[in-house]
Design a protein around this ligand. Structure first.
Ligand SMILES: *Cc1c(COP(=O)(O)O)cnc(C)c1O
Length: 444
């Protein structure tokens, strides 16, 4: 008898969704979301409003004096953590030469690989959730007012107060880095539950910061489950739940406010003829969904958002396409969830994130690991920019239109590739990624 997955046989799934067999064969696909709704017709989301996103940004501003004090690398930006936005014309040329086609518009890179302290997009959601928790604890205990200068959170009194509390998180690596470093700096006890994908250097870096690292044999979902269970049995333990977190989501959404200002500073006009087309590497879905949600609030129908997943970890694609969200894992369909894109190695998506973007995200495409490395090499050649493999998934976005008849947007679009991580990768590892990418180019 055929195996049943969420109520259907594989054959029934294949009949219902023409892309299913290619996805199961871990071939690259491009899925257009048939459930996208025009901005004017979107049901109002009362749970996350524009005011909430503005308040989330205000929280980051309150904490800037603290960040500046304890992380001297943020001195230049006065404790503000934000990444550059760069025009990458050489990369556009490189893509067009390599893949023999034309990109309909210009290409910009949102360099979250340069985000201070964590070196990845996880600085947004991760820092926000921990800072919001710390603020609430301090205010509830009468130690802090929102009007105070938060620099005082670096003082011993706060360090010893926060040491009564612990924080836990499950991660493939980068969320652990972000949560671990900021929590330890505040004085919390922090435990990071790492999946088997996590790189050794990420674990040792965390241990250097005084973080307890627990290694698990299973994948991301199992690390999250074990972390959540262990935390529930510990008193005063707060679990950062990457599968279901409004706080992470809000932190990511703040990126949209910041990007809007950078777009204005670069005198880019965004309108029907010149929309933004944004490509977001996607793991559990929280980061890309938060960013897409914020961008939609600001740019409405003039922004198109696409998520990018490895061919071996298409969890958000399966969740959105089938409408079954987190009820389905890639392993149910015989897909192994093994990929060099460690930040995207997630088999089961976030219920919270998918519910938020089901009518917003324009589509999802998948990318083969070798292609990630090729793009890694090409970006380094063209622009001298070094990203970790996961972060290249977005760079495959502009390529999607080269061999397609008619893109759904104007031909003078601004393509925004979200570079989600890379700055903390040790030099030797980066060198071997680049060399491997070069080899993948030659093997092609
Ligand atoms: C976590 C991560 C992502 C995706 O974020 P999710 O919230 O897991 O979807 C993308 N790129 C990098 C480098 C990451 O670490």
């Amino acid at each position: 008898m055929e195996q049943i997955i969420a109520g259907k046989t594989v054959t029934e799934w294949e009949n219902a969704f023409p892309l299913m067999s290619r996805i199961m064969d871990t071939k690259e696909v491009f899925w257009e979301n048939p459930n996208v709704v025009a901005t004017a017709d979107l049901p109002e989301d009362k749970e996350v409003t524009m005011e909430d996103i503005l308040e989330a940004e205000a929280l980051f501003t309150r904490f800037a004096p603290f960040i500046r004090r304890v992380f001297p690398e943020t001195e230049m930006t006065q404790g503000q953590i934000e990444s550059p936005f760069k025009h990458v014309s050489h990369m556009k040329q490189m893509l067009e030469d390599t893949f023999s086609g034309t990109v309909p518009g210009d290409i910009w890179l949102k360099c979250d690989n340069e985000l201070a302290i964590a070196g990845s997009i996880k600085a947004r959601g991760g820092f926000y959730e921990i800072l919001a928790y710390a603020e609430k604890l301090a205010i509830d205990n009468g130690m802090l007012l929102q009007e105070d200068n938060y620099e005082k959170l670096a003082n011993d009194a706060f360090q010893s107060f926060f040491s009564n509390y612990s924080i836990a998180v499950g991660s493939t690596g980068n969320l652990g880095l972000s949560i671990g470093i900021i929590s330890a700096k505040l004085g919390f006890h922090v435990t990071v539950h790492m999946s088997k994908d996590a790189k050794e250097w990420k674990k040792s870096l965390l241990r250097k910061h005084g973080v307890v690292v627990e290694e698990h044999e299973g994948d991301f979902s199992e690390a999250v489950d074990q972390g959540r269970n262990q935390c529930q049995r510990t008193s005063n333990c707060y679990f950062v739940d990457d599968e279901d977190s409004r706080h992470l989501f809000l932190g990511y959404a703040v990126a949209a406010l910041r990007l809007k200002r950078q777009i204005q500073a670069n005198h880019l006009s965004v309108n029907e003829q010149h929309p933004l087309v944004v490509y977001l590497p996607c793991g559990v879905g929280g980061g890309p969904s938060g960013v897409a949600f914020g961008l939609k609030k600001i740019f409405g129908d003039n922004v198109y958002c696409y998520f990018a997943e490895p061919t071996h970890s298409p969890s958000v694609l399966l969740g959105l396409m089938t409408g079954r969200f987190h009820e389905i894992a890639v392993q149910d369909f015989g897909i192994d969830n093994l990929t060099a894109a460690d930040g995207l190695a997630v088999g089961r998506p976030s219920r919270y994130a998918l519910d938020k973007v089901k009518h917003i995200v324009n589509g999802v495409y998948t990318i083969d690991d070798h292609m990630l490395y090729r793009l890694l090499y090409l970006l380094h050649e063209a622009e001298g920019i070094k990203l970790e493999p996961s972060a290249l998934a977005g760079m495959y976005g502009p390529k999607q239109w080269m061999n397609k008849a008619e893109p759904p947007f104007g031909l003078e679009a601004h393509h925004v590739v979200w570079a989600t991580g890379g700055n903390l990768v040790p030099e030797q590892d980066m060198e071997s990624y680049i060399q491997y990418g070069k080899q993948c180019m030659e093997d092609k």
